[in-house]
Design a protein around this ligand. Structure first.
Ligand code: LMR
Length: 394
């Protein structure tokens, strides 16, 4: 049997992570995988998380199983964080999942179970694992235009034109905020237009939101998801706690299914629990428990929000510094989009060849499509990157 297996295509993000590790240069710059780093290059454990962990160690008296969908306190805390008062609690079914990727996977399986012919519309470009999982599951998939390569902003008219081709019942996968890989995001009025289109065409939104709090703030980043929760009859949300709580390896994610009535929510809840059981039985608990403690303890929550704001403002500062450094070197505003983008990533707009040259000649690692992790920069490496961008004629 094993001889029938073939070499799988490497994941480009994880492959680059490995290449960076193996590069002996000491002045190399890692702008690859989407992991937050502070100015010293460390991915710190947030203070609020560390305090919660200490408390949990003292208080936790069993490691026995929780519910199949995870802990109810976690569902409540995540629904409140994501949706606030946009919907009633009984409109939302929720399940803990192994990370945001686990939530994406479970959501797709739920769609496959409920509506196997639905086409999943993904943005062009999107996080590469989206099409990879959709293809793996054998689900119909189509792309909608999203990014204007010239302006490096959202190609909104292209997006609306393409989505108007979708058929009733199709699913539209949207990034809730901090679009990965481009950094270009919908504004409030564009979210409203998207919502109107989804309603009028009978399309079902599926939001992947992995960076709440990294863009314009916890509340502002939830604008799109809350607006769709208020206006659409059905909505799926795959949320990740990896980045905004800095608990990447704990694998804490949450899948939410919003419907209009509590009877549907009960059905959805049973499907989410069933799907967890089929795939891994019980979801990881440790990270979700830390998240619940941080979100529900006022002192921990306020500490976490302060830390998260510092992370967010740090990235905004780096964006501004990089845009200014490039403005000085080129005498033009053509890199101004770097300051307008939000979240961890920006797509620079370099060719694959230029990306390779920046890596080989300057030790700068970005994804092949020229996605840069802004959090990988610091005051010392911004001029290095700006020089490399200019030297490579981007
Ligand atoms: C990324 O896009 O770099 C992160 O979401 C990490 C991953 O799993 O790809």
């Amino acid at each position: 049997m094993f001889d029938k297996l073939t070499q799988q295509p490497p994941d480009k993000i994880l492959q680059l992570m490995q290449m960076f590790k193996e590069d002996p240069r000491t002045d190399k710059v890692d702008l690859g995988v989407g992991v937050y780093k502070d100015a010293t290059g460390l991915t710190p454990i947030m203070r609020a998380v560390k305090s919660a962990e200490k408390k949990l160690w003292e208080l936790e008296d069993t490691k026995s199983y929780t519910g199949l969908a995870g802990d109810a306190g976690y569902h409540d805390a995540m629904i409140d964080l994501m949706l606030s008062d946009a919907v009633e609690r009984e409109q939302v079914a929720a399940a803990a999942t192994p990370g945001g990727t686990g939530a994406v996977r479970q959501a797709l399986e739920l769609i496959q179970m409920a509506s196997p012919d639905a086409t999943i519309w993904i943005s062009a470009p999107t996080w590469p694992n989206h099409p990879s999982i959709i293809k793996y599951l054998g689900m119909p998939m189509a792309e909608y235009r999203y990014f204007d390569a010239e302006t490096r902003a959202v190609d909104f008219s292209g997006m609306m034109t393409d989505l108007s081709q979708a058929k009733s019942g199709d699913v539209v996968l949207l990034h809730g905020c901090c679009h990965n890989p481009t950094g270009a995001n919908l504004n409030a009025s564009q979210w409203q237009e998207v919502a109107d289109l989804l309603s009028s065409k009978g399309l079902i939104p599926f939001i992947d939101i992995a960076y709440q709090g990294f863009g314009d703030g916890l509340e502002a980043d939830a604008y799109g998801v809350r607006h769709l929760a208020k206006t659409q009859t059905e909505l799926l949300i795959a949320a990740s706690c990896s980045k905004n709580f800095g608990i990447y390896r704990e694998r804490a994610g949450c899948l939410m299914a919003v419907s209009r009535d509590s009877a549907k929510t009960k059905l959805n809840q049973s499907s989410l629990a069933f799907l967890n059981r089929q795939n891994f039985s019980f979801p990881p608990d440790h990270g979700t428990r830390l998240v619940t403690m941080v979100l529900t303890d006022p002192a921990l929550r306020s500490e976490w929000e302060t830390e998260l704001e510092a992370v967010r403002n740090g990235m905004l500062g780096l964006r501004q510094q990089l845009a200014t450094a490039l403005q000085k070197r080129t005498g033009s505003d053509r890199f101004g989009f770097l300051a307008d983008h939000r979240g961890m990533f920006s797509r620079l707009g370099a060719t694959e060849d230029q990306v390779i040259r920046m890596r080989e000649d300057h030790g700068i690692y970005m994804i092949g499509d020229s996605r840069m992790n802004i959090a990988g920069l610091n005051e010392a490496t911004i001029p290095v990157l700006a020089d490399a961008i200019v030297a490579t004629d981007v």
